[in-house]
Ligand binder design. Sequence first.
Ligand code: SAH
Ligand code: DHB
Ligand code: MG
Length: 225
Amino acid sequence: MQEIWTAVDGWLTETVVRPGTEWIAAEADSAAAGLPPIQVTAAQGKLLHLLARLAGARRVLEIGTLGGYSTLWLASALPQDGRVITLERDPHHAEVARKNLARAGLAARVEVRVGPALALLPQLVEEGAGPFDLVFIDADKSEYPGYLRWSLALARPGTLLVGDNVVRSGAVLEGESSDPRVVGARAFHELVGAEPRLSATVIQTVGSKGYDGLTVALVLGDGVR
Ligand code: SAH
Ligand code: DHB
Ligand code: MG
């Protein structure tokens, strides 16, 4: 099935999603710089963009920048004075991302912070950087449970949490798995489902990146139900 998923994804990207030239250049330059080609697809990135616009987001937190491809989709959804803070452990990835964002004229709207996310997140809480209107979780899969907890600490009622790669070709069903990414994804789903502050769903996806899924969760409370 992968062949047809890729072909349909390509056609829908050209026909409907229509990424700008800076988006296409960002993918090319990320590949040329040796980054792994694991960014969201254009169709998924456009979904992030539309969710951010629907949420009226002004402040976005992203965990896992890579070359800034998803960051382009998120930052371009914000008003001029909006801000994305994106966290990236690898300084080379962060450098590539800064260039990709600058080319698209979005550098002023994005702060790329370099370090392990689990060290940067408590700093954001300490600084009072929240609450964020949308959080996109997309770094190392084994740490998703921790990222969820910190995201909740940086959220408000009405914040949208989005998690990438939560189905993993169906591996998420493997309760006996010793793969830390699967263990992390399973624990993430269990935490999301048991969290009274969240109303959530998971969209299974197919496309050029195979079979995976996205969690979409709304933070409840204070009149948001
Ligand atoms: N959101 C990007 C893809 C992110 S890929 C997009 O869709 O365009 C995952 C990124 O998370 C990689 O760049 C990796 O270096 C980074 N990462 C992995 N572990 C991390 C950690 N502990 N803290 C911060 N970043 C991490
Ligand atoms: C991986 C990470 C991602 O964010 C993704 O979308 C696909 C794969 C990975 O680390 O393998
Ligand atoms: Mg991902």
